[in-house]
Each structure stands twice: as C-alpha cells, then as structure tokens.
Ligand binder design. Sequence first.
Ligand SMILES: [Zn+2]
Length: 440
Amino acid sequence: MKNSSYRELIFAKWIVPLEGKKSILSDHCLVKKDHKIEQIIPADEAIEIFPDCNRIELKDHALLPGLINCHTHAAMTLFRGIADDIPLKPWLEEHIWPLEGQFVSADFVKLGTNLAIAEMIQSGTTCFNDMYFFPDIVAQTAESLGIRAAVGMIMLDFPTVWASGPDEYLSKGLKLADELKYSTLISPTFAPHAPYTVSDEPLKRIRVLADELDLPIHMHIHETQHETEQSIDQYGMRPLERLSKLGLLSPRLIAVHMVHLLSEEIQSLAELGVNLLHCPEANLKLGSGISPIKQCLEAGINIALGTDGVASNNDLNMLGELRTAALLAKGASSDAETVTAWQALEMATINAAKALNIDNVCGSLEPGKSADMIAVDLSALHCQPVYNPVSQIVYSASRSQVTHSWVEGKLLMKDRQLTHIDTDQLLEQVSQISQNIASN
Ligand SMILES: [Zn+2]
C-alpha cells in the first residue's frame, strides 16, 4: 500500500522548531504524515524525495509550534469588558461571581467556549488550559472544534451552578476524567480554584487522586497581597506554606499568578519542581502586582504563559501576552537581558507543554510529535526588514498575521478562514446573549 497519499509537505520561508535550540531553518520543509510531524528537511530534498505529495507553500511565513494558553477560563469571553478597572476582590465578589450565578449554564459555557476557541485559533493558540464550570461542555466543545485542551475538574468549597460542594465537584470531575481517557486531544487536570476558596480536606483528596491518576493540579496561588494576608489571619501561614504542608508543591502543580513571592519561596518552588504560570496582562489589569519573573528564571523554575479569562485581560491573544511578558520583566527588573524573545516564545510553547505534561505530544516541531503548529506571515510592512523572524514574531507582529493553524495535522484555519466555525452564526448567538446580560 502506498503511504504517500497521507503525506503533506509544508514549505515555509522559516521554520522555528523550538526543540531546545535557537534554530531558525531557512527554506526547509516540514513533512507531515497523518497527524504527526515525520521530518523537517531542506526544501529541495523534500521535492526530490516526495515529488507527488500535496504541498502548501508559505513563502513569507514562519512556521512554529502552536501557542499554548496555559491558563484561561474560556467561557468568560461572554463577560468581556463587563467590569473593568476594579481590583480582584471586589471584581470577583461584587461583579463576576453574581453574574456567573445568574447567567452561567451549559449553553452559556458552550457558546462562550466556542467564541474563545474562535479567537484563540485566530491568534495562534492551538491548546488551552481551562478552569471553569461545566468542564464537560468545555471538553465537548474543544473536541468538536478540533483544538487541543486541558480541562480542569474545578473545585470550590461553596455551591455553584455546577456542583453543590466538594463531594459533587469531585465526583463530576472524576466522571469527566474517566470519559476523557481515550481522547487524544483533551486531557483532564485537577483545578482547585485557589487557596482562599478551597479548604484543607478537599485539597488533601486532590493530592492523593492526582498522584494516583498522574494528573496536573491547576490552581490560582499568591495572586494578591490580600490573599497572603488573609491566609496568615485564617491559617497562621502564607498560602504556599499551607500548600507545602498539604503536600501539593510538586512538578504536578501549575501555580497560576505567583505575584507575591519571597526569595525563600522562589528557591523552594525551584527545588520542588513547581511550574509557574505567568499571566502578566491580567495581573496588570487587576492591579495585582508584577510576578518576579527574573528571579524565578534564575532559580530555574519552569515558567509558562496564560492570558487568564477575558474578563480580566480583555483578550485571548497569546502573541500579545508573550510580548507583554518580555517587556514587563525587563522593565520590572531594569534588565534588558531577562525574558529574551526566545524565552518568551518558549514560555508560550514547550514550557507550557511541560507544565501540562504533554511535551511528548506537542510544544515543539519535532519528528514524532503531533502536527500542532501555526504559520505567521511576516511580509507586512511593519515587519520589514526581517533579520530575525523570532524578533519579529515577539516584538513586531500582530495576531492578524497568523494565517494557518493545525492541530493533529488538521487545518483549523487556512488563510485566516476558520475551517470548523461559522463565524456569522457565532456572532449572532453572542449578540443575542449579550443583550440579555446587558439588560440585567
Ligand atoms: Zn484565572
């Protein structure tokens, strides 16, 4: 049987594999076989070896691994711009939680996640790590639209529209994890919301189950000064010390925000292999502070990037986020050498894949990995001249220059057109629900 019909050749002006080296391959070809990357070879060699294969020519483009948005709440796109310019505590307690209580349902999550996925694909994201209510609907929506996702089994002490308390959050989450066992696209994580919303007993159960099931734990930690002070009042210790006593600090943990950190905490996070999930724009917008990324990098912590939910960002643009990460770390540390363009790109790709424990599947362009990748057109006037495409991607390009996106080798966007999403219908549905929310 001839195998050539399963192959496709993707020629790009530059290929940036992010395989652990700072390599930029000019005039190369990525050979895609079925849903995987078979090899990356010089363009003339590919033409000679595979003369009859389908070809995609990307003459002005850089081909790179798809971006991974390692912390978001996808369905919150439907709350974009609804409560701006407010600090985290009143933002949550007086605006977001009441709105969620009133409007969040399975249909809301489906539509909001659909809108988020459309925006993410158009901005170069091929995988997102989600934490929200109705994670079963998030999983179904992502799977049906062909995007990769890690879906959080959310846990809170108090009742919400999704569950009545810790027992039900856990049983519903575990049922979902079981249903996802055979999915190649969607993987589960434990997602206790934050130290201030989840008490010790559920956290102990999550730690044991995460070890048993070999799953990551995704949690907001040390987002604000108020959070650490409240923990000292309530538990007599900072949240990280409490989580350490509960045995949660390990390479399984994806610790989101980590804005307020002491030097000894940074050292201990590095020694224990905790992953730090940096959301610079949400931290800036909520006035939460600036995470000490330079010190964390120097300590050797694996750092990935996320946008957080749209209600606190207000977009899902990972290209923008990695630029903010690079600029903010330099400004905050008065050190232009911290968070280089390469480091920012690694945070949005391979580092995130490591945090999610899927770096054997995606996060870089290497033979045997899933063909999860994007093409960025660098022909625009504001990207000229191109001495170094990585510099252009991080510091000059905008998300509208992402032209193609593949997940598991399937095109989710071709020449800016989404292949699986009817945008007119989506916009109509979003318009209807936003009128209901606005008239509240
Ligand atoms: Zn968040």
